[in-house]
Design a protein around this ligand. Sequence first.
Ligand code: ADP
Length: 396
Amino acid sequence: MPHALTLNAGSSSLKFALFELGDLSGAPAVRITGLIERIGGSSHMRAQRADGTTISDAPLPPEEAADHETALGRALDLIGQERPDARVVGVGHRVVHGGPDHAVPIVLNAEALEKLRALEPLAPLHQPHNLSGVRAALAAFPEAVQVACFDTAFHRHHPWVNDTFALPRGYYDKGVRRYGFHGLSYDYISGRLAEIAPHLHAGRVVVAHLGNGASMCGMIGGRSIASSMGFSALDGLPMGTRSGQLDPGVVLYLMSQEGMGADEIADLLYKRSGLLGLSGLSNDMRKLEEAGTDAAREAIAYFVFRVRRELGGLAAALGGIDALVFCGGIGEHSVHVRQKVCEGMGWIGLELDEARNMRGETVVSTDLSRIRVLVIPTDEEIVIARAVRDMLARRG
Ligand code: ADP
């Protein structure tokens, strides 16, 4: 039975999912989803079936998840035991950076992999890990088609004003551009909106992907026009541990006055800032909502404030707004954040229905609200699985 495996390799984690592909004409059907955390440390593997039942939820001995390669081996053992009939004919990879050239998924071979490696300086904290996942899969499945799906691809058609910084032109040519990220999530939401509300999909939509990483995207007709993330996955909204938009003068100050080097500043901005830095407590929104300390409340207030500012900015970039979509762990589950983001937004034509919001319905705006507000769970894995299926179908 032909199957696709999807892999999303982070710095110390590996997310995997197995999809049955059938005869390549229908939707890939998810069979297993799993996550190995803390690779190289005290690792843990969780995996479940499509019906939500648990296959595994247990620590892994260090030698079984010493690096991405051994972790993938462990995931494949689990898949083999659970679905011995699964023949993996394609592997899809989430790759954070596709550079300026890739607006669609590509088939990976040694040459393509080398080109993606050259992009590592553009995303030093993500790209090398994504590519170690690719290398591990190439070794494990030399016969399967390997497909890279880029987080930047969905945004590659931005108008120039949303693609550049006001630096001397040469930097743009060297690749210093506003790439935007979370493209697989936006791609999924765009497609889902086309299914459930085609008139909104055709219009002006702002999507707020609010998870541990967070960004917002303005779309017209399902295509990205602008995004809150720019050159790196640091820009825009504050995140679990990332600062979000920052005056570049702060970085100059840290260098010249505090004597900090690039690695220290990267550690500060990627790992010690955002909700964690502001609250001094946690990067986890749920914990902050439960904690209720002044610092936790202020961290949430800053997060909400930046989402609201970005919403106004994106609405202006789109020339108006017909719908706001919440997704990501916070967007999907935090009644409080959705309520605060939408509070007092009557002036723009947005009115939240408190009861619908509490119940987490798909549409959480009032019937009279000119702007529709929706909550749509995102699914990056299925976007990758579809790309693998399409690539296989094209190859015949
Ligand atoms: P990632 O970007 O790592 O995929 P997720 O999209 O899973 O992250 O989002 C994780 C965030 O969602 C965390 O901050 C978590 O606290 C938050 N979250 C999940 N469930 C809830 C909830 N019920 N209420 C508030 N926040 C929640």
